[in-house]
Design a protein around this ligand. Sequence first.
Ligand SMILES: [Mn+2]
Length: 335
Amino acid sequence: MTAWTLAPTASDWADAAALLLSARRVLLLAHVAPDADAVGSALALGLGLKGHGIEVVVSFGDEPFVLPANLTFLPGQELLLPAAKVTGEFDVAVTLDVSAIARLGNLVESAQSAAKLLVVDHHRTYTGFGDVHLVDTTAPATAVLVIRLLDECGLVLTPAIATCLYAGLLTDTGSFRYANVDADTHVIAARLHSVGIDHVHVGRSLYEDQPFAAMRLQGEAMSRTLVDFAAVSGRGMAWTIVTKSERLASGQSIDVLERVIDGLRTSVEVEVVVVFKEDDTGQWRVSTRSKGQVDVGSVCQALGGGGHLYAGGFESHDSPEVILATLRDVLAAQP
Ligand SMILES: [Mn+2]
């Protein structure tokens, strides 16, 4: 797997801004099973362009089209259109936080049929599928690249835009705890604060507000975690599995399981943790985290997904047992 290393140049930024500002109709796409960085970035850029008089549509390729409950507080949702209703011609399609074209789900064709495809991303597993690439793997979040792009376009950050971007920045930095944070990250956060955001509301909406049923489901998933200290060449792996039937019995949507991996990754005994989540269609969504010795983003890319050094994911129609065996082999082959 080759990592993307071409950081955007000054002329790339100018070209991208010119492309957007000359467009009449723009399609903004987050990845399937969207997180706050993907949707927040798409809504923020959408709000900025709409304010400039450009017609915008924001979507992601999930079917059914349901925004994770902890993202429903994000401003700009009037721009969202279900994937099945995305039709017509677009001058530009912009993908945000999307490392591989397959991550667009059922919107791959819509993206490819736009006159120009602009990619805004920070994944080192980016495959190069766009016409114009604003892909900076040193950026802690796609949201940071959107701020630069809005600046290039001469578009002003409003409180609604800043809220969307802050949500992306907060989640992709683990609330400013991850290794991708530096002084510049805090300068950017300070700028978003100065625009006027309710950071308490953002933090609570993303990480706190949830029913007891969700906590019980998370607790049960964590309590049956299995550990294999010999896996990953002796560095250790832990994993747990949550089936669709168990989850639906507790009345929860799949996004509440995001907190299971956040819990498992705090274990001191293993390098890699994995959560297998069966979605409503019976497909398995596999989330991985590492302590930084193993590049789980590359591992997940090899299995059809993508990610970063510390976090990666992929999807599969195989059984968890089959997926686990494959994953073990790929992890064992890592340097
Ligand atoms: Mn991201």
